[in-house]
Design a protein around this ligand. Structure first.
Ligand code: GLC
Length: 536
């Protein structure tokens, strides 16, 4: 554990714990279930695991409403199970990243219970309380989950702020005691060996001091630009404090969820990296995740993100997560989905920047349409039928063709996708040509080729005509990646001469050699080529 920059050269695997593997038959994935799958993580070759929140929670927002930062929710296991997970992972050289929601707690957190007990409680100011304005809500801020962000609290006759559900009151990061208490909760886990944190909605931490109204916009959900409740300049001071804390330990990491919506303002996301060394280590920008399947748009987005990074800043790349439809059939749902998935996989794992692979992405799990009566996501329930919510990307991991896809022996908390008989780890492990093996090889190459992690990224084809290609170069290693986003044959004329050999390809064998990087691409071809020498 001596290399302080493990988070730069590893592949991170994102586990939505509820849906990963259920060890006790209650239909919900758990930490002992993850322990049973340790060999899978090692086999796949991942370097770190990001777990969705496992702290004690009434689960109004599936763990993003924490009522004890130091506890492990019984549905996921015990404190000892989590300690074992850290030990077992470390024994395999795999890091553990916890997901922590620090913008808000659960309304059942003892801090909120105290804070709401009276106006003069010492913790009153740990949350955001305001008097009514003109007999109504203090301002026009909206909750991300519909309606006003203010909830009336009759016993103390004030409103409290909740950017998400009313069961998720926002804490007041301007209060130094609250800030110190939060840092202590993180210290608790750092002392126990946790390697990093995902900071949930980090750009919402600090609110406008004057509580000004947000300006109007045509945004169909909120009708406003989140100017005063998000991305306030003071947030950077909080990030710096958090960074100082984790830097006082060896080799720890902070990745923050800081994307802006609508996506595209990468400069804003990158600002959370500070000087490159004093705020977040990694910032989830997600603009790549929001891109339509279009090589030119992908290229622009990648280039833009690299361009706005501060000196010393490090990018990270994501195609799917627990809040968005899965990439596999998000672009288009047709017979070419798997081909696109391979192109996307090679992109994700050969770009400059730490890749995050969302569980099931490696086997091509699809978004699954959940019927209205089976919806569990609070966002889906509120926005139905306009938006069915996030359940579609949270269905149980497909382990085998057995009942319940081998996820549980009990009644699944969410239905499993119907394709599990073919799309599952067990079946795909037996097929060396499967998407799963393709991911495994990409992860392996990334681990062993320094050019993949530390190499310069130099674009060659910039997405025109549906093709992206680039070089990754480090010391004497040169790798060339070419991706055809289209269902047409295309030509690349890179002209680079030398002795080149295929390292991994959707269409070519590793015996194929080139004397020049000019050739015809197959539809949806994804190929990685290594330079093995100069032309004689
Ligand atoms: C983040 C999480 C999401 C959660 C929200 C509120 O966006 O990723 O799942 O609902 O924050 O905590």
């Amino acid at each position: 554990m001596s290399d302080g920059t493990w988070w730069k050269h590893g592949t991170v695997y994102h586990v939505y714990v509820r849906s990963f593997y259920d060890s006790n038959g209650d239909g919900v994935g758990d930490i002992p279930g993850m322990l049973e799958k340790m060999d899978y993580f090692s086999w796949l070759g991942v370097d770190a695991i990001l777990l969705s929140p496992v702290n004690t929670s009434p689960m109004h927002d599936f763990g993003y409403d924490i009522c004890d930062y130091r506890g492990i929710d019984p549905v996921f296991g015990t404190f000892e199970d989590f300690a074992r997970l850290i030990d077992e992972a470390h024994a395999r050289n795999i890091r553990i990243i916890m997901d922590v929601a620090l913008n808000h707690t659960s309304y059942l957190h003892p801090w909120f219970i105290e804070s709401s007990s009276s106006r003069d409680n010492p913790k009153r100011d740990w949350y955001i309380w305001r008097d009514p304005v003109k007999g109504g809500v203090p301002n026009n801020w909206r909750s991300a989950f519909l309606g006003s962000a203010w909830e009336w609290h009759q016993p103390t006759e004030q409103y409290y702020l909740h950017t998400f559900l009313k069961e998720q009151p926002d804490v007041n990061w301007r209060n130094p005691d609250l800030a110190e208490a939060m840092l202590n909760e993180l210290r608790f886990w750092l002392d126990r060996g946790v390697d990093g944190f995902r900071l949930d909605v980090a750009n919402y931490f600090v609110k406008d001091k004057l509580f000004r109204n947000n300006p109007f916009s045509f945004n169909p959900i909120s009708n406003q630009v989140e100017k005063y409740n998000k991305n306030r300049p003071e947030t950077h001071a909080v990030m710096r404090n958090l960074r100082q804390l984790v830097d006082s330990y060896d080799s720890r990491m902070l990745v923050g969820e800081v994307f802006s919506y609508p996506p595209g303002d990468s400069e804003l996301s990158a600002s959370y990296l500070g000087t490159g060394n004093d705020e977040l280590h990694l910032a989830f920008d997600f603009s790549l995740l929001y891109r339509k399947w279009n090589a030119r748009k992908f290229y622009k987005c990648i280039k833009n993100w690299y361009a706005v990074l501060p000196d010393g800043g490090w990018p990270c790349n994501v195609l799917s997560n627990h809040d968005q439809p899965r990439s596999f059939n998000r672009y288009k749902d047709d017979q070419d989905s798997e081909k696109r998935a391979r192109v996307a996989a090679m992109l994700l794992l050969t770009l400059w920047g730490t890749p995050f692979v969302y569980y099931g992405e490696e086997i091509g799990m699809k978004n699954f349409r959940i019927s209205r009566s089976e919806l569990t996501d609070p966002a889906g329930k509120k926005f139905w039928p306009l938006y069915a919510g996030r359940d579609c990307a949270r269905t149980p991991m497909q382990w085998s063709p057995d009942d319940n896809a081998g996820f549980t022996s009990g009644k699944m908390w969410l239905p499993v996708s119907m394709d599990y008989k073919q799309v599952n780890v067990e079946t795909m492990k037996d097929d060396p040509h499967s998407l799963l093996h393709f991911y495994k090889k990409l992860i392996e190459i990334r681990k062993h080729k320094k050019a993949m992690t530390h190499g310069k990224w130099k674009a060659r084809s910039k997405g025109h005509h549906g093709v992206i290609s680039y070089m990754r170069k480090y010391e004497d290693e040169t790798l060339y990646v070419v991706l055809n986003f289209t269902d047409q044959r295309k030509r690349v004329n890179d002209g680079k001469q030398g002795q080149w050999k295929v390292l991994l390809s959707t269409h070519r064998s590793s015996f194929e050699h080139f004397a020049e990087l000019s050739f015809e691409l197959y539809p949806y071809e994804a190929t990685m080529i290594e330079k093995i020498g100069e032309l004689k």
